[in-house]
Ligand binder design. Structure first.
Ligand code: 5HY
Length: 236
């Protein structure tokens, strides 16, 4: 059975443990989840600078993961940093949790909303929505004004901010489902779905199931064209 690398691009080990738990909660029996984070880089990713800062350590970890026998990689950060570059670097499928969430949401809802952490993260997520052809079905992207690291042990106030933000997407933007716009929110999915009464999508889970499906279909990244292996600047 396959070994999946689930990579948290920030350096916060507690968050990596929570992401690993969310991945194992949905993985098929026999799928081995390898949850890792780079030793260097930003402690949390909350905008364009952090996204750039995490890239080189992220790519080095993905190359290491494939050397360690991981058949596919999940990039567990809702900004999907480095997905295209990683698809050049390794041959196994590479899936970003934002892309996986968007595809799942567009399948189960006519309109969906995305709740993320802080305002600086919003424009990048809006770009991802457009890039993946989901602008027509995305009711909106809203920030709950909670720091990424506040999700390690979310307080009642933090939970309320996320729930209230989701309710605004349902009430004011006419969303029919909610996407959790941060890997650190995975553990809140069931409670939010119960409180909101609509489907709530966690990208870590969606990406793990998608990776398993691609591997079960015998599919890997095409090495013809854009995702061809790099001929220079390989990470050591
Ligand atoms: C994430 N940051 O999923 C993103 C969410 C965000 O460290 N993990 C992070 O706010 O951009």
């Amino acid at each position: 059975m396959p070994r999946l690398l689930v990579l948290n691009p920030n350096t916060t080990a507690a968050m990596t443990r929570a992401i690993g738990a969310a991945a194992r909660a949905v993985a098929a029996p026999g799928t081995e989840i390898v949850a890792r984070n780079p030793e260097t880089g930003p402690a949390s990713i909350e905008g364009p600078y952090d996204q750039a800062l995490c890239l080189q350590p992220l790519l080095a970890e993905i190359a290491r993961g494939e050397r360690d026998g991981c058949a596919a990689t999940v990039i567990a950060c809702f900004d999907d940093p480095g997905v295209a570059a990683a698809r050049c670097l390794v041959s196994g499928p590479v899936i970003g949790i934002a892309e996986a969430s968007l595809r799942a949401a567009a399948t189960i809802a006519a309109r969906f909303g995305i709740v993320t952490t802080v305002q600086p993260a919003v424009p990048g997520i809006e770009e991802l929505v457009v890039r993946h052809g989901a602008a027509r079905v995305c009711a909106g992207v809203r920030a709950a004004d909670v720091k990424v690291l506040a999700l390690e042990r979310p307080s009642a106030a933090t939970y309320r901010r996320i729930r209230d933000c989701a309710e605004r997407l349902l009430r004011e933007d006419a969303a029919d489902a909610i996407i959790l716009g941060c890997a650190g929110m995975s553990a809140l999915r069931l409670r939010l779905a119960r409180d909101l009464g609509v489907p709530v999508i966690d990208g870590v889970g969606a990406a793990v199931k998608w990776a398993e499906s691609l591997l079960a279909l015998g599919l890997a990244t095409s090495k013809r064209g854009s995702y061809a292996a790099p001929t220079h600047g390989r990470t050591k």
